[in-house]
Design a protein around this ligand. Structure first.
Ligand code: ACO
Length: 367
């Protein structure tokens, strides 16, 4: 019920949507409002790679109407125009690109050559590389890579793993990052809660888990929040002397070595991390005493993925994500079958990511 009500409301204005969402969920999530305003201050050129899907087209319209983004639509032009007409969606100001069309042969050649350079020692030949550019996910990533666009969202109709490979192959990772990871922001009654890794790395080592934690912390800071991190396990500070629990404690130590100022502790169970009384009585030494935890790091993908889905489905939290962490440029991959509201939220995150990454690169490709 929340889904359809809010999805309709969002079409009129972002502010109303955020307030409505808060009311319906009984929350006070200023965060989405702040993010909406932030995106609007500097909208970016955002590629919607599956624009012949009605949910994507509606999200593009909302993002445009809300002045969050300048949408670029990828897909069959005739089909997109017909769908827009049938659903009274105004796409007059949105460029449509069909990577399969002859019109874009030169572009495919250019992108194919670049892709070949990147992948020539990974078993790809020139012919294949150019042919792959007919694929909208590759084409969209390549647009961002070459500066033809600022960000891309894709993956609604694809298996998640297949949708992130083009991003890994075309865009690659930020300097110093060894593994990308996925994070969800859950809008809960106690405020935003960030969960990682919920979508990418199956069984990270302690070093990898530490890197995931640092990536998540960086992202939380980009929302102007101080990360307060619980490294989750089934054990509390050595209560189960098992390899899994020790791995998490070791990851915490590595994070602390790399960033001594960060507020973090573990390994810890979530019920303890959120219960100040138990924490104070039993673990008074913990850094999480008197801290409101807002970032949860899971020991493996199974735990993270199951936790966010349970919180979403049973706990009634509103989930924004998956937000990809560690890529050099803003590519965000939707969960298969996402709702209009989730896609629009991801459009917002992609624009904010693009603002940040353009700033970091000290250049704005929109100019
Ligand atoms: N970070 C950065 N690069 C990576 C990562 C990573 N985490 N994982 C793989 N790569 C690199 C590989 O090294 C490889 O590089 P190369 O081709 O230049 O040598 C490239 O990405 C592609 O590698 P593949 O072997 O094709 O990919 P792999 O089989 O390792 O799969 C993937 C990578 C898709 C991310 C894998 O880890 C995976 O399937 N993860 C789980 C996805 C999933 O099912 N998520 C849960 C559901 S999704 C949801 O809930 C929204």
């Amino acid at each position: 019920a929340i889904e359809s009500g809010v999805a309709q409301k969002v079409i009129t204005d972002w502010e109303t949507y955020a307030i409505e969402l808060d009311k319906r969920l009984g929350l006070d999530n200023q965060l989405m409002r702040v993010l909406g305003a932030k995106a609007r201050r500097n909208p970016k050129r955002l590629v919607f790679a599956e624009a012949d899907n009605i949910k994507i087209l509606k999200s593009a319209q909302i993002a445009y109407d809300e002045r969050i983004a300048y949408p670029i639509l990828l897909g069959d032009e005739k089909a997109i125009r017909q769908m827009a007409l049938d659903n009274s969606i105004d796409i007059d100001d949105m460029p449509i690109i069909d990577p399969r069309n002859d019109e874009y042969e030169e572009k495919r050649q250019q992108f194919g050559e670049l892709y070949f350079k990147k992948r020539q020692r990974k078993g790809v030949n020139q012919y294949e590389a150019t042919k792959m550019m007919k694929d909208r996910t590759y084409f969209g990533c390549m647009m961002v890579e070459t500066g033809d666009a600022d960000a891309v969202i894709s993956g609604l109709t694809r298996n998640y793993a297949d949708a992130i490979r083009p991003a890994l192959q075309v865009i690659g990772m930020e300097e110093g990052v060894k593994k990308i990871a996925g994070m969800y922001m859950l809008l809960t009654k106690r405020g935003p809660l960030f969960l990682a890794d919920t979508t990418v790395n199956l069984n990270p080592t302690a070093e990898e888990l530490a890197d995931i934690t640092l990536l998540a912390a960086k992202e939380v800071r980009s929302f102007n929040l101080v990360p307060r991190i619980a490294m989750l396990s089934y054990s509390n500070f050595g209560s189960s002397d098992t390899p899994e629990a020790r791995l998490v404690a070791r990851a915490k130590d590595i994070v602390k070595q790399k960033d001594p100022t960060i507020i973090i502790d573990g390994e810890i169970q979530p019920n303890i991390a959120f219960n100040q009384e138990i924490l104070r009585d039993n673990y008074p030494f913990s850094e999480l005493v008197d801290q409101e935890v807002n970032t949860l790091i899971f020991p493996n993908l199974a735990a993270g993925n199951i936790a966010y889905n349970l919180m979403k489905e049973i706990g009634g939290a509103d989930a924004v994500g998956p937000i990809l962490l560690g890529l050099k440029k803003p590519v965000h991959v939707l969960q298969l079958g996402s709702s209009v509201r989730s896609i629009t939220n991801m459009a917002l995150i992609a624009v904010i990511d693009a603002q940040l990454k353009c700033q970091n690169a000290n250049q704005d490709p929109a100019k």
